[in-house]
Design a protein around this ligand. Sequence first.
Ligand SMILES: C[S@@+](CC[C@H](N)C(=O)[O-])C[C@H]1O[C@@H](n2cnc3c(N)ncnc32)[C@H](O)[C@@H]1O
Length: 183
Amino acid sequence: MSDLLVTQEGGWWLDEKCTADLDFCSWANSVELKGSRILHMGTGAHHTLGIRLGGDNLIVGLTISKEEIKSYLDLIEQKPSLMKSYHVEFLDIHSWNSMMFGDFDIINLPHFGEMPDPRRDAYGDSDLELTLEKLLDSRSGPGALVTGYARSSAWDRAYPVFESLLGKPSFQYFSIVGWETRG
Ligand SMILES: C[S@@+](CC[C@H](N)C(=O)[O-])C[C@H]1O[C@@H](n2cnc3c(N)ncnc32)[C@H](O)[C@@H]1O
């Protein structure tokens, strides 16, 4: 493990303890999501969200796990066409810069506030409110959605930040809580 960089040890494989991606995919199916640009925090090594929703949508997935990057490379080696609609970056959400990417219709932040680490102060905005403000600069416009995961281990810290910048949620679908943003 690096002394400087905050990384996740190993990679996260699909597990019923974390239903974030499965619930998001169910919600996406329920609204027949198509043609959306999605920023997805936390791909997991399984890349379920990218595999299921890519093709019909354009997805940028973020991870802080080397193993999850490697599993993405293994995945596109097997299915190169997925690269056209599902791209994964090693990027800490707290180092987000909206100038690096285009705009998104959905900013999915299921793991917002998980894995706090003082080392991040040296290179990222570990303040959740500042990070969310930067992420909101990447909204496609009025009606863009921010989604969170009510079963996250950091929900008690993340929810007040969502509420303070976005107000009351617009919907909840199982564990997925969504805000329709204005402006
Ligand atoms: C518990 S795993 C869950 C993976 C997947 N979303 C699922 O539902 O199975 C948490 C994921 O969030 C990512 N993650 C945690 N903190 C992050 C951060 N600060 N920036 C970017 N990704 C982060 C991890 O690398 C990992 O992919």
